[in-house]
Design a protein around this ligand. Structure first.
Ligand SMILES: Cc1ncc(COP(=O)(O)O)c(C=O)c1O
Ligand SMILES: N[C@@H](CCCC[NH3+])C(=O)O
Length: 389
């Protein structure tokens, strides 16, 4: 069958290998991983992740509904978000999810009211802004004082005083998330130190928490996706095992997104034109920032490969650009084999924050997905270098 480009291609074998590596690396029963659905909310991806026993970290009412539809148990779903609507809180409370990560003292009052309307006691974690620099791209840093997320660490005592007055809320944990695409373990060590100090303070208030949620953020190797497709989960979990001073019976929660799904997805696109510009060659492809916005939004690097070129023809330099009427619609500049109309380019490491961030700008069609085990896809992109159509 001829497959229309552009499309997302998901390698389910790599996804399963990644999930296996992750589950094997979990050091003890009190470490529980919730998958951050915002990274990729495709049904087949969620169902595969669910098979490995991960919970779900959601940031909207619709993500909660999707998680439930894909088989995640409400008791394994958490909700964060700096601006949850009343309807979203109602979805969380009426489904009795594991915990709502509350991001402000102002929000506590609203959750208390909605819990009362549901005649329930809602389980709350405080999302705390620890003022730890994740040393990642500034647009995906979330744990600095200047960021909008969480309750300032200096306000925690006041938050505790407030929650004590609210009969329909029960404080079960604390939550942090310092940012995304973090490759050095140092910020996570600093986070652990902040958590330990705070645990002492909270204990002095006579409160023992059930869980400490340290968020997600583990990065992937965008530079060498083929050589290094699975992140070092062992090294990551070891940081928390070594540096967190947990109390008896406490559970550590993680909310990993990118590290689970980024490498299993690629964006497959066809070359429409190769144009000689005044200063460079443009390979104009049929995917654009509407399918993958990361390069335009964060100057992100994604490795690209012309999977149909004839390597014997030699190489040239190209700026690979999309058809969208924005100058930032550029996937990158690279040297690749001589490229011609109808060649197929694979844009790698696109499984996280790729398809979910796609848009219909310029009234483009919605991005579609194919999976490595689908009969309809009679070529396995990247494994057999065959033309699609
Ligand atoms: C609250 C929260 N948890 C988890 C994640 C997932 O992060 P990552 O995909 O970097 O693991 C995010 C996104 O950065 C987030 O905002
Ligand atoms: N969308 C970002 C990550 C945001 C993480 C969500 N807080 C990216 O592609 O890198």
């Amino acid at each position: 069958m001829a497959v229309q480009t552009p499309f997302y291609f998901y390698d389910l074998e790599l996804l399963e290998n990644t999930l296996q590596a992750l589950t094997d690396a979990v050091p003890s029963d009190n470490f529980k991983v919730h998958y951050a659905i915002k990274a990729n909310a495709e049904t087949r991806i969620l169902e595969t992740i669910r098979k490995y026993g991960l919970g779900a970290d959601c940031v909207s009412g619709n993500e909660i509904t999707k998680a439930l539809e894909c088989g995640f148990d409400a008791s394994e779903i958490v909700l964060a978000g700096v601006g949850k609507s009343d309807a979203e809180l109602n979805t969380a409370i009426s489904n009795q999810i594991h915990s709502i990560n509350c991001e402000s003292i102002e929000e506590l009052e609203v959750i208390n009211e909605i819990a009362e309307q549901n005649n329930q006691v809602a389980s709350i974690s405080f999302r705390i802004n620890p003022n730890v620099d994740a040393k990642t791209h500034h647009k995906i840093t979330t744990g600095l004082s200047e960021n909008k997320f969480g309750i300032p660490i200096s306000e925690v005592s006041r938050a505790i005083a407030e929650i004590r007055k609210m009969p329909f809320l029960s404080l079960s944990g604390i939550h942090f998330h310092i940012g995304s695409q973090i490759l050095s373990m140092d910020p996570f060590v600093k986070l652990c130190q902040q958590v330990n100090t705070l645990l002492d303070e909270i204990e002095e208030e006579g409160i023992t928490l059930e869980h400490i949620n340290v968020g997600g953020g583990l990065g992937i190797d965008y530079l060498n996706p083929d050589q290094n497709p699975i992140p070092d989960f062992e090294k990551y979990f070891a940081v928390f095992k070594e540096h967190l001073n947990l109390r008896e019976g406490q559970t550590v929660h993680f909310e990993l997104g990118r590290s689970v799904v980024a490498q299993c997805g690629s964006l497959i696109t066809k070359v429409l034109y190769v144009k000689k510009g005044a200063t460079k060659n443009f390979a104009i492809v049929d995917a654009g920032m509407t399918e993958l916005i990361r390069p335009a939004l964060y100057d992100s690097y994604h490795e690209m490969e012309n999977i149909t070129a004839d390597p014997l023809l030699g190489n040239d330099n190209y700026s690979v650009v999309g058809p969208i009427c924005e100058s930032s619609d550029v996937f990158g500049e690279l040297e690749m084999p001589i490229t011609k109309r109808n060649d197929i380019i694979k844009i790698k490491s696109a499984g996280a924050y790729g398809q979910v961030l796609s848009s219909n700008y310029n009234l483009r069609d919605s991005a579609v997905a194919y999976y490595s085990d689908e009969q309809s896809l009679n070529v396995c992109i990247g494994k057999e270098q065959e033309a699609l159509a």
